[in-house]
Structures are given as structure tokens and as C-alpha cells.
Design a protein around this ligand. Structure first.
Ligand code: EPZ
Length: 434
């Protein structure tokens, strides 16, 4: 199990370019299945979830190629509609394949998706929407089997503005017979990105970014070329790295209008935020003020994917912060390791009450989910002494070489491969029996 070793106390200072957005790229890869011929995607981050999605598509018969940030994918050879068991279980976004594969092939069979252990993460909203579009759905132990000769358009009211369900329905409806209307749709920027990519493929979708999305079904789409939008969650994480170390950062190529709730929270904590044509500059005071009450919510609310990172940063802010998690029911696993580092946090229902302390100290801790792992990195940057973070492959799911990005910005941070020492030499393996 790879680990990070971080010596805290340095400032995060400098300029960085936000990578392509994981939560935009994954649905785009699923949507590419709908196009006849090759799609080409640029600005793709080399993340383990991206490789897993490509693995599922390849196992189903698609041709894929990933080099220098560019992905070429052609679904014309796709035969298999039984999607690769282990890879599907590796991440939540495999569920995005239900809609497009069913729409294209008339049947799809897959295990229940995996993903970060941040809650039960059911797929009932996805399945009831597909049923409404005419799909016959069977659930056996760990498998979902969907069949439908041709999906038909429907009016679908979501009980919750689910990001994945909104995206799945958009993709299923793109080849359905007739018009589909999604009400109470999620409004995340990544959904608008999906709409624009699919329209470039020949789909007819409008309304993404609002809570009503309308899709007119077509016979078939064609492959398209696309430049993936920047990752607002990675950008927010890097701004928080500067925040917790009293540093200053300029994050290029990220659109501030997609981060309003987060940026106003940062200003309330005393950061100076300057929005420029080509990015966001953020400069931290010596010590942040506490954020007060911060509820996460569906976009444009404060993003749940920055909740753990904000929590970590508030542990050394001046005052009390109440961070309320309203999207996932189990997204406070990071409290335990943060307490090990000296944080003063108590759980009150759906809220974490953070009483800012003057400083944290290093410890050996373990990442339990993607964003919780990133939060531990932020805490370690500010902690006195050395912190070892285990299980960092979880962080690779959403950040490409985070250790390199932060080291370039002044962090004293190395990645130690499993079974090797700090210099990269193989550690002496004691024989099992000696
Ligand atoms: C997407 O997950 C993102 N993942 C998540 O990012 C993000 O946290 C989430 O949206 C919310 O913004 C990707 O885009 C790959 P949801 P998704 O459906 O689609 C419940 C990260 O760290 N729900 O909006 O799974 C669900 O349990 C990840 O990058 C149902 O009950 O999120 C949750 O409580 C984590 N039934 C809430 O809705 C369903 O059928 C929001 O889930 C679907 C969802």
C-alpha cells in the first residue's frame, strides 16, 4: 500500500494549471458509446477511475487509446453488454454506462457499482427512470439486468437532483423514441458539459444547468472531438492547500463562476480572492477565520466534494465552524484521523463542529475515501512534524500525481511505494518463516 510522507510547516505558493475534470470526463466516456465512429477527448487526467472506465469499455469491445492527455475511443466494435464485474465494482461512475449501453444495444447487465464508502449510494433513481422509459429491469443479488428493444421518451421527475441519474437519463434519452423531460434535474457544470458534448455528437438536448432538461431522441449519434473542462474540485483543493499554509496560489484555466459558493466561503475565512480572465488567485492570511455554518448542497450550493477538505482546513482556523453534510450520509470518516493529528471536532447529527486549535501535529493516518484522503494531505501540510498517510491509491482516483503538484508548490511531500523505503530502495523483506 503506497504512502505519502509529508513534513508540515511550509507554505504553498505558486501557479498551477487545473487538470481536466474527473466528474466531467467519466460521463463523457460513457456518452461516447452512443456515437458511431471515433470520439477524441483532450485534457484528460490520468486517474485510476479513468483507466477503470476505459477497461470496462475495452472489455465490452470498444477500441480505446490514452496518451499525453488525449483519449481516442471507438465503440463500433462493441459486442459485449455484460460489463466487466471487477472494474464495475471499482467505482461509482460505472453506473453511467447503464443508460447509453441499454439505449444502444437494447440490453445491459452489470454488477452494482462501487465507489467511495461515503454512504449507501443506491441506484434506485437511475433504475426507476429507465423503467419509466420502458426498460424491463431485473435485480439479482449483485447484478442489474436491463432490457428494452427501444426506450421511449418520458417525463421524469427526480426525487433528488442526482448528478449521475440526470446524466444517465440524458444518455438513455438521446436514442429513445420521442421527447424526454427531466424535472428537478441536477444543475452541476459537468452536466452542461455533457449536454454540449452530446449535442456535438448530433444529440438534441437543451436546459442543462437548469432543473429542466429536454432531450429529443435520435436514431444514432456520431463520434465527436472535445476538450474536457477543468476540475473545479481539484482547483478548490489546491486553493485550500494555500489557505491552510498561509500561502498564495494562482490556479489557471478554472472558471470562478462554477465555484461561487466555495469562493465566498474562502473570502469569509479571510482569503483574498482575485478572479482573473485566465484563472483564480487566492492569498491566505497568517491564520484563517472560522467559516461559521457551511451546509453542503446540490449545485450551486457548497460542493460536497470539498467538504472534507474544508473540514481539515478549519481545524486550525480561529473560531468554531459547523460543517453540515447534506448529500451523503457517511462522509465524515476523516474526523477520526484528524483527531489523531490534534483536531478538536465533534459530530452533531449531520454536522461536524470544528473548534479551531492553534496547530496540528504529524501522525500516521489512513485514507478511507478519495476526498477524505485529500483532506488528510491538507492537514499534514499544516501540521508540525511528519505525517504518514496510508492507502493513498484512493487519492489517485481523483488527483493525478498530487505529490508532484504540491511539491512544485513548495510542499515537502514524497510518495513511498509499497515495499520500498524513502530512497525508493526495496525494504528488506523478512521471510515469512525464519
Ligand atoms: C456524483 O456522484 C459525483 N461523482 C460525486 O463525486 C459527487 O459527490 C456527487 O455527484 C454529488 O455532487 C461523479 O460524477 C463520478 P448523486 P453521484 O447521484 O452521481 C443519492 C467525488 O468525490 N442517490 O448526485 O453518485 C446518493 O446516495 C465523487 O468526485 C440515491 O439515493 O451522486 C447521494 O446521497 C463522490 N439514489 C445523493 O443521492 C440514486 O439512484 C447524491 O448522489 C442516486 C443517488
Amino acid at each position: 500500500m503506497d504512502t505519502y510522507q509529508i513534513s508540515g510547516g511550509g507554505r504553498i505558493d505558486g501557479t498551477v494549471c487545473a487538470a481536466g475534470a474527473k466528474n466531467a470526463l467519466l460521463p463523457l466516456l460513457a456518452a461516447s458509446v452512443l456515437g458511431k465512429g471515433e470520439s477524441v477527448l483532450h485534457n484528460c487526467p490520468a486517474l485510476s477511475d479513468v483507466y477503470a472506465m476505459l477497461g470496462i469499455l475495452e472489455a465490452a469491445g470498444c477500441r480505446t487509446e490514452f496518451s499525453d492527455g488525449n483519449i481516442r475511443i471507438c465503440p463500433d466494435g462493441m459486442k459485449e453488454t455484460f460489463l466487466h464485474g471487477d472494474l464495475v465494482k471499482q467505482m461509482r461512475s460505472s453506473v453511467f454506462l447503464l443508460g447509453p449501453v441499454l439505449a444502444l444495444k437494447g440490453s445491459v447487465c452489470m454488477g452494482f457499482p462501487g465507489g467511495c464508502a461515503i454512504g449507501r449510494r443506491p441506484v434506485d433513481i437511475h433504475l426507476s427512470a429507465l423503467r419509466k422509459m420502458g426498460a424491463d429491469i431485473e435485480k439479482r443479488e449483485e447484478t442489474i439486468i436491463c432490457r428494452c428493444e427501444r426506450l421511449r421518451g418520458a417525463v421524469i421527475r427526480l426525487p433528488f437532483p442526482s448528478v449521475g441519474a440526470t446524466e444517465n437519463i440524458m444518455m438513455a434519452a438521446a436514442l429513445a423514441d420521442g421527447i424526454t423531460v427531466i424535472r428537478n434535474a441536477a444543475r452541476e457544470p459537468e452536466i452542461e458539459e455533457l449536454q454540449n458534448f452530446m449535442n456535438k455528437m448530433g444529440a438534441e438536448i437543451c436546459g442543462a444547468g437548469t432543473s429542466v432538461i429536454i432531450i429529443a431522441g435520435k436514431k444514432r449519434l456520431s463520434g465527436a472531438e472535445w476538450n474536457v473542462m477543468s476540475d473545479r474540485i481539484e482547483a478548490g483543493t489546491l486553493i485550500l492547500a494555500a489557505a491552510v499554509t498561509g500561502g498564495r496560489i494562482f490556479v489557471k484555466n478554472v472558471r470562478a463562476e462554477y465555484m461561487e459558493a466555495f469562493l465566498s466561503c474562502m473570502e469569509a475565512c479571510g482569503m483574498r480572492i482575485d478572479v482573473r480572465q485566465d484563472g483564480i488567485e487566492a492569498a491566505a492570511p497568517h491564520r484563517l477565520k472560522a467559516a461559521g455554518k457551511v451546509p453542503t448542497g446540490p449545485y450551486p450550493g457548497f460542493p460536497t466534494d470539498l467538504q472534507s477538505q474544508l473540514l481539515a482546513v478549519m481545524t486550525t482556523a480561529d473560531g468554531v465552524s459547523m460543517i453540515e453534510e447534506n448529500i451523503f450520509e457517511d462522509r465524515f470518516k476523516v474526523l477520526k484521523p484528524l483527531r489523531l493529528m490534534g483536531a478538536d471536532i465533534s459530530l452533531q447529527g449531520r454536522s461536524a463542529c470544528v473548534n479551531g486549535v492553534p496547530g496540528l501535529h504529524g501522525a500516521r493516518v489512513c485514507a478511507e475515501d478519495l476526498r477524505g484522503g485529500a483532506a488528510l494531505v491538507l492537514a499534514a501540510l499544516a501540521a508540525e512534524g511528519r505525517t504518514v498517510i496510508e492507502n493513498v491509491t484512493l487519492i489517485d482516483r481523483g488527483y493525478e500525481k498530487l505529490e508532484k503538484t504540491l511539491s512544485k508548490l513548495g510542499a515537502e511531500m514524497i510518495r513511498i511505494k509499497e515495499g520500498r523505503d524513502e530512497q525508493g530502495k526495496r525494504t528488506r523483506q523478512l521471510p515469512d518463516i525464519y
